[in-house]
Design a binder for this molecule. Structure first.
Ligand code: AMP
Ligand code: MG
Length: 578
């Protein structure tokens, strides 16, 4: 156990004996517009303290009462109707349960067991199914919808907010980590605007699979605990061409340390609610940036500089696996710099610096090669939002911090790509070596992920011979380029600058950095098509495979997950519709 984890356990121990919230089924608590059931009672000290390990019944699952969110202002209007909300951070609002039966599509055992202390046997209980579909809630915790705004496609869009999401609990686990549990697709809120508050199965499968896959790729992200589907009809015009179809409503239980976004602060500044702005920034610093002293007169500046560097890190990591988010609006940019709100994302397949995953993005604003620029645009909007909290000197310093973003991003990008090429140490020629490999890929339209992977698997002797076996199909494509021999010579020369480095070690290093499996659109689509017919086997298969993206797996190979995309998938498109 790490030191921080053991300290956390001690803290949890010390907290025992306080009120706990236990949710008990069959005890109806009628509220304005829902039929949730729950019960509040006190656990005695020994009950609670003995439960330091996983629980297998939702009745024993507890959530802390001393919820820090209580510090943040709540909308005094309790009724659930669409409106412009003022002077608050959250609105109290209950999920709207589905009217039809729900089925569990899949769960993340890792999230349940290691983040939420739940034994996976709980998954078979009706209580669990009701909890994760939003029809049963933890007693005493009134769900919240968060008020935020945002710049969408570069333009201030005003109030947005959780239009189909509910924060249903915060949970402090056995390691002392605090997690926020949020349902997505769980019904209308005051922020639903013209939406129906629902999410369809297709987009939910994609978010469920991708957020977990990103975690295992080592990229900061929200997690997904579970995915359920109902038979409730949800109508969508998937490609905005007048072809409205009946789909099914689904709900994901998403888990993150925090769901605050740049837009969370923007809405407050934009409405002149500086008191709340100060409160929220203080809260975020206290909860999520413990290294910043709450008494530091420059704390907002330090906070800004941390978000700048962490955002550079996140986007560089996206780029290192060919991930394009698709909708990098400020309302989709987390203040903790984790990847959130998966929509029309995509992993680049054939190398294309201008790859745009979202077919609704006509101007290619969110193309993969533009994500760093957009990140800087978003950070500038964050700075504008923080302006009321900083003086002139701090404003000048903040501008300098922001101006350093491209440098920070480039540094991280180069470090990550050095690792992708298996290079040790740093050499001045590395950026050129990296870029020329990408250029070869670009010219030959080789597969980005598999090019790096094949380079991780092939021996240097084979590479030097310039005769690339067909099994390394992506690298084979590149080898057809007339400049390939020159690049190989430069690459081998660079590797030899570390004479003690064995080729077997290089391959091992690179294979732990370059994934063999990513969630390609066709893989997600294939799983979605089956799921729509109640066959969840491929969702689960993909989930299992993507938990070990760096390990060659028999089932994945049989399914063709490391092969070129099949012909039928050539024209697949992904839109904003979800
Ligand atoms: P997104 O594009 O998913 O990041 O959503 C942008 C905004 O639209 C957020 O405020 C969402 O809550 C809201 N939204 C998206 N879809 C729906 C929906 N079906 N019902 C209500 N609000 C929605
Ligand atoms: Mg969003």
């Amino acid at each position: 156990m790490t030191q921080s984890r053991s300290v956390a356990l001690i803290c949890l121990w010390a907290a025992c004996g306080t009120y706990c919230l236990t949710w008990k089924p069959n005890n109806p608590l009628d509220t304005e517009n829902n039929k949730h059931t729950c019960l509040l009672h006190t656990l005695n000290q020994s009950d609670s303290c003995e439960r330091k390990v996983k629980v297998s019944s939702m009745n024993l699952w507890t959530a802390s009462l001393d919820d820090v969110l209580a510090e943040l202002a709540i909308d005094p209007i309790r009724a659930n109707y669409v409106r412009r909300v003022k002077d608050c951070i959250f609105s109290h609002v209950y999920p709207t349960p589905f009217t039809s039966d729900v089925q569990l599509v899949s769960v993340s055992e890792d999230v349940l067991e290691n983040l939420l202390d739940l034994d996976t046997s709980v998954v078979n209980t009706n209580d669990f199914l009701q909890f994760v579909s939003g029809s049963k809630l933890i007693s005493g915790f009134v769900p919240l919808a968060h008020r935020y705004g945002g710049h969408q496609f570069g333009v201030w869009a005003g109030q947005l907010g959780d239009g189909r999401a509910h924060l249903i609990s915060t949970y402090v686990n056995r390691y002392g980590e605090r997690w926020e549990l949020q349902l997505k697709g769980s019904g209308k809120t005051p922020y639903s605007r013209n939406g129906d508050g629902r999410a369809v199965l297709r987009s939910s499968v994609r978010e469920f699979l991708c957020s977990e896959a990103m975690h295992y790729l080592g990229i900061p992200t929200s997690r997904a605990a579970s995915l359920v589907v109902s038979n409730d009809a949800v109508w969508r015009d998937q490609f905005y061409n007048g072809n409205v179809k009946k789909e099914r409503g689904a709900v994901i239980l998403r888990v993150a340390k925090s769901w605050f976004r740049i837009g969370s602060l923007e809405v407050l500044t934009n409405s002149g609610e500086f008191y709340l702005l100060r409160k929220l920034v203080d809260f975020i610093i206290k909860e999520h940036f413990p290294s910043i002293s709450t008494t530091d007169p420059d704390k907002v500046l330090v906070f800004f500089s941390k978000v700048v560097s962490q955002t550079a890190e996140m986007i560089a990591r996206w780029k290192s696996v060919g991930f394009a988010h698709g909708v990098c609006n400020t309302d989709n940019f987390s203040l903790l710099s984790i990847t959130i709100d998966y929509g029309p994302f995509g992993f680049m397949e054939d190398y294309d610096a201008d790859y745009v995953p979202n077919t609704s993005d006509d101007e290619a604003r969110y193309r993969i090669g533009g994500q760093a620029y957009v990140g800087m645009f978003n950070l500038n909007k964050l700075l504008v939002a923080l302006n009321p909290l900083i003086d002139n000197r701090q404003k000048q310093l903040a501008s300098k911090i922001l101006a350093d973003f491209p440098h920070l991003y480039f540094q991280r990008y180069i470090e990550l790509y050095r690792a992708k090429l298996g290079l040790l140490g740093a050499s001045d020629g590395d950026p050129t070596l990296i870029q020329s490999f990408l250029n070869l890929m670009d010219d030959t339209k080789a597969d980005f992920t598999m090019s790096f992977r094949h380079l991780s698997e092939i021996t240097l002797r084979q590479l030097q011979s310039l005769t690339i076996p067909q099994e390394y199909w992506a690298l084979y494509d590149i080898s057809q380029h007339m400049d390939f021999p020159t690049w190989v010579t430069a690459y081998i020369q660079r590797l030899k600058s570390n004479p003690d480095d064995l080729d077997s070690e290089r391959r091992q290093r690179m294979a732990a950095t370059n994934p063999r499996y990513i969630l390609r659109n066709w893989m997600a689509e294939s799983a979605v098509r089956k799921a729509e017919m109640d066959d969840f086997s491929e969702v689960r298969l993909l989930q299992n495979v993507l938990r070990k993206p760096f390990h060659t797996q028999k089932m994945a190979e049989l399914a063709g997950y490391s092969q070129k995309s099949p012909e039928w998938a050539k024209d697949l498109r992904v839109s904003c519709s979800s």
